[in-house]
Design a binder for this molecule. Sequence first.
Ligand code: AMP
Length: 302
Amino acid sequence: MSILVVGSVAFDSVETPFGKADNVLGGSATYFSAAASYFSEVKLVAVVGEDFPDEHIDFLKDKGVDVTGLQRMQGKTFHWEGRYDYDLNEAHTLATHLNVFEKFQPDIPAAYRKSSYVFLANIDPDIQWNVLEQVERPKFIACDTMNFWIEGKPDALKRLLSKVDLFVLNEGEAREFAKEPNLVKAAKKIISYGPKTIIIKRGEYGALMFNGGSIFSAPAYPLESIFDPTGAGDSFAGGLMGYLANTDDASEANIRQAIIFGSVMASFNVEDFSLNRMRTLTLKEIRERYRQFKQLTHFEDI
Ligand code: AMP
């Protein structure tokens, strides 16, 4: 099964305690597409400006991503500037230049409209909604967001959530969105807005899934060298949705496996700046780390 994804394709300028990268390839849909491409077909919907180099588009094409839905508009590409301190779990946004995203009206190519799996990566919730209106009854819809939209467009986000099966967001965002410091209570409140399942990403502490009455906790891979956490959330979502679409099974048992593939993809992504780690990453390495995850969390019954 293929996945339709809409989100940002960006230039990022990022500073971490380990270095700096200026105007490098980034964006929620870019990280998502590259990570998901290891598991299934990906159809990308986004916009870039006249300043976006072909080599970045070629990188996505080489990963097998269908870029028919990537529009080029007059103006500048979306640009995010961020900084991480020693607590790498928290991104500090220094500037968000929406640029071409300010006027973007997604036009979903006919060949994309029947996609069974849809991922609404982090972008304006009105754009996410607009995409949903153009697709024909997908089997499974997941979405992501960030504090920028939680604070700026909370009602648009709530409207969107009424149509979504799975919502992924990070810990701080869950607390902020639900206005509730306790994560279990925050999860329950967010589930009441519509999604059957929510996954709360907790950076180096892993991820928590809330699905009906059940909770699943996945660790993060204990890495010795993390260079840049940017895109961890989107590559997590890419591994997760890629595996779900590949297996075409949204049962809880399968979502649990998908969460581990998501955690595997996030763990590789943070080993280098931008999408550089995914330039060399192989499926063999992904499978190997999945097994290491199993080992990491294995314990005997009493
Ligand atoms: P994450 O996976 O959460 O680390 O997301 C990182 C990506 O999100 C970066 O590559 C940014 O380009 C992108 N991003 C940052 N702010 C926004 C925003 N307000 N809307 C859409 N994408 C964003």
